[in-house]
Design a protein around this ligand. Structure first.
Ligand code: M6R
Length: 364
């Protein structure tokens, strides 16, 4: 079933161009350059607040989505870990929309939060990969990701497919709320349609990233930095590395470094900086220079332009294709997944079945 691949995780990383394209096909009308959502039985223009709840990697997709919903549609978004959500007595607006993101559709904390919101009269939307799951059955609005079965415990292709659905949904909200013109919608659709090809280009760096594994594997701690919609990618990179290679890793908002974690920096702590060209680049790079000034060893992930500007003096660089900031979180997921994967392989851990973890967490 793994075909030419050594692990399911590796196979699933490499499936991303195909499954993201497959997912986008059901959310976009390429010829008309429009987003196309399934039948929605509520008035989107009346939604004034969205609550998004998820766990783990799906929660990081929610973080990116918050950014998109707020910047495109100007709808305030409240996000939370499912395990925290119910216990803080959340304020749920009358007629509000609650959105749940889950690969499995069975995660106990997320399901409990969904039922809590349902009982509180919220409209329930679910972005889910398993169409027969409990969450899919209990949703008012089902938004499937078409990633196909994800076997590796570390979530990879489900994440990029979640992002594809959420970007289309955020654009749809923006259109319905009168915040996005037809021309802007056409532009968003065009950028999303570029994602599969850009994912393919990102995957071409596999060998190069594999060659970096021996540089990272001996580390006791690794830091990941990102900013804006790429900050969740830093968290995702750190989670991937922790769960399959057992190296302590932390993701930080690049600007938060100087408020504490910079104290950790020395030559023994690799710092992975996620900095696509775009509105956040300069600021992220100046945070990177603060790390470098303290002897930190940097792996910079950026595009050719970004690397030309800031790549000198790094321990290593990974060149991504130049992409629109909208699709950067999808494309930059690939190098952080591959880095975690190759470090774990180098260390010889059980990549698909890491210790202490289950694919679907069905206890609260
Ligand atoms: O099936 P779900 O998306 O609800 O699962 C949520 C988390 O348990 C999951 O993303 C977990 O964090 C992964 N092992 C991360 O790679």
């Amino acid at each position: 079933e793994k075909g030419p691949y050594q692990h399911f995780m590796q196979k699933e990383i490499f499936e991303q161009p195909t499954v993201v394209a497959q997912t986008l096909r059901s959310y976009l009308r390429p010829l008309e350059r429009q987003v196309a959502l399934p039948q929605i039985d509520f008035d989107i223009s009346a939604v004034n607040r969205i609550t998004i709840v998820a766990c783990g990697t799906s929660y990081y997709a929610a973080m990116v989505a918050k950014y998109w919903f707020e910047s495109f549609a100007r709808v305030p978004v409240d996000i939370d870990f499912a395990s925290e959500f119910r216990y803080r007595d959340p304020i749920l607006p009358a007629g509000g929309l609650a959105l749940f993101i889950s690969q499995s559709g069975e995660t106990a904390d997320t399901l409990a939060a969904l039922r809590h919101c349902k009982a509180a009269g919220q409209t329930i939307a679910v972005v889910v990969n398993v169409p027969t799951s409990t969450m899919a059955r209990e949703a008012d609005l089902l938004l499937p990701t078409h990633a196909g079965p994800e076997i590796g415990v570390a979530s990879t292709k489900a994440f990029t497919c979640q992002l594809a659905v959420l970007a289309a949904l955020a654009a749809h909200f923006a259109v319905k709320k009168g915040r996005m013109s037809a021309a802007e919608e056409a532009e968003i659709v065009a950028h999303l349609m570029e994602a599969p090809a850009s994912l393919n280009l990102a995957l071409e760096h596999d060998d190069e990233i594999k060659a970096m594994a021996p540089l990272i594997a001996p580390a006791r701690d690794v830091l990941y930095l990102g900013r804006g919609p790429d900050f969740p990618l830093a968290l995702e990179g750190a989670l991937k590395l922790k769960e399959i290679s057992y190296i302590h890793a932390e993701g930080y908002a690049a600007g938060e470094m100087k408020h504490g974690p910079i104290a950790l920096i020395d030559e023994a702590v690799p710092v992975i900086v996620i900095a696509p060209s775009g509105p956040h680049f300069e600021k992220t790079v100046s945070n990177m220079q603060e790390v470098r000034a303290r002897g930190g060893k940097i792996v910079l992930i950026s595009d050719a332009e970004g690397l030309a500007e800031a790549g000198a003096g790094c321990l290593a660089t990974i060149e991504m294709p130049r992409v629109h900031p909208l699709i950067a979180p999808l494309v930059y997921a690939v190098p952080v997944q591959l880095l975690a994967y190759h470090v774990a392989c180098f260390k010889g851990t059980d990549v698909d079945q890491p210790r202490n973890l289950a694919k679907s967490v069905t206890v609260e």
